[in-house]
Design a protein around this ligand. Sequence first.
Ligand SMILES: [Zn+2]
Length: 235
Amino acid sequence: MSRKNSFLPIVFFIGVLLACTAIIAMFLHHSARQAVSAVSATHTLVIDAGHGGIDGGAISADGTKESDINLAVALRLEQIVRFLGQKTVMTRLDDSKKTDILSYSEREDLKSRAEVANNASNAVLISIHQNYYPTAQPKGAQILYFPAEGSEKLGRMMQTNLTAQLDPENRRLAMPAPKDLFLAENTNCPAVLVECGFMSNNFEVLKLKEPVYQTSLAAVIAASYMNYIAESIPI
Ligand SMILES: [Zn+2]
């Protein structure tokens, strides 16, 4: 599969280095030195950048597509987790597919994403999305965890880290994903959906569009994943 990451600016790579420093600091704080040295690549992180192609997801007042922010955060998450020596699989790498309105089927799209997770060995699925509300006030990241074992633990850890590292005033809690969420119903690995912020809040959209903030989000998500798998590996 061809990669189209070359457009990412140099600031991204600097951001990744800073993010990795932050990750190591978080490891040392949370789960001990062993986490840095002993996390072998036993799991596969399946990264799902929500929407894409003709499905832009939620659209902000300034016309920003949720699908673009999802992809930007997902690509950063992939780079950081690979830098840390872990295996990753992406459900999409760019915005080039599913562009034909006549052949597009949301159900088929979600089915193919679920298949990627179900075919990966020892998978953990992280689906990246943005939230939307009819009024402009709501803001803040929120994790929705899936029913499979391990999901709630990962989700609570990630919610705590996102709040502590990026938005201490955020009072949202990790919640179970709605029962009718296709990916939650059709995958069986530990999995969470990250609502990084609200496309309906103009102030939050400005942040979500910033490459440095996207890298920060990815770094905290990556650190939470690393903590989760470090705690899943018998010592
Ligand atoms: Zn979405």
